[in-house]
Design a protein. Structure first.
Length: 261
């Protein structure tokens, strides 16, 4: 398949994938890695780099939207993001030394972990949010301790995202809920801002290693954006049980695809 055909076919396929991602409210880096490796025979290193590059667009648009809605704690998002920059660069560097097969297995296991984190978030996030109270302020930890905790959270999330090619949104949100006692509404928007830093750093690192495929990236951007918009409009019409099942099952199935020889 030449470059133009790749862009067209991937744009059509990822439009359908985007509908699913918009429906379940996911960034889709891990699902994209599974698609690129299994259906388009892209080496896993290139699949991760290309998925992270595509995530830049989604995180910028989502972060801007949440900022306009007042769902972002700027200092937390930036500090976590700066930690994520270092973590993503580190994760990308470590991943270069891992054989393709081993990295694909790690990515599959990472998606299973993500599925578990999503389940935990769905089951316990409301309780954690209630424990945090209704105020929109973050925890009263001293600023230096708060910044250290937030930077460490971003570092861990960034390293995992770039190493495994899995968007660690539930991990970051749970960390902000537990460590900072932030209201759930603010964790969602602030995490999206953090992902801007992580995706840019990870994509730039992989690009430096030659692991971003331009035709596949164009196809992803063309398909995922409109598809996610359509899928998001369907979310409110779905029954809660169906939506919860889809949110947990989707990364689990994608991980299973990566783990099948």
């Amino acid at each position: 398949m030449d470059g133009v055909q790749t862009v067209i076919v991937l744009g059509v396929v990822t439009f359908a994938l985007g509908i699913l991602l918009g429906f379940i409210g996911a960034g889709g880096a891990g699902l994209t890695v599974a698609l690129l490796t299994s259906a388009f025979d892209l080496p896993v290193h290139q699949a991760i780099g290309t998925a992270l590059a595509a995530m830049v667009v989604a995180s910028v648009l989502g972060g801007a939207s949440h900022y306009r809605e007042g769902n972002v704690v700027g200092r937390v998002g930036i500090v976590a993001g700066l930690g994520g920059v270092a973590g993503a660069a580190l994760g990308a560097r470590i991943g270069q030394d891992i054989p393709e097969t081993a990295l694909q297995i790690a990515a599959g296991l990472g998606l299973w972990l993500l599925s578990a984190l999503v389940w935990v978030r769905l089951r316990y996030a409301r309780r954690l949010a209630e424990a945090a109270g209704v105020a929109d302020a973050v925890t009263d930890l001293p600023p230096e301790r708060r910044d250290a905790a937030v930077a460490t959270l971003g570092l861990a999330g960034g390293a995992a995202s770039a190493f495994l090619g899995v968007g660690m949104t539930p991990f970051l949100q749970l960390g902000m809920l537990v460590l900072l006692k932030m209201p759930l509404r603010l964790t969602v928007g602030t995490t999206m801002v953090t992902l801007i830093f992580i995706s840019v750093s990870g994509a730039a690192s992989f690009a430096a290693y030659g692991d971003v495929s331009t035709p596949h990236l164009l196809g992803l951007v063309i398909g995922l954006g409109p598809g996610s918009f359509v899928g998001a409009r369907l979310t409110g019409r779905a029954r809660g049980g169906i939506l919860r099942f889809a949110v947990v099952a989707t990364p689990f199935v994608a991980g299973t695809v990566l783990l099948i020889p």
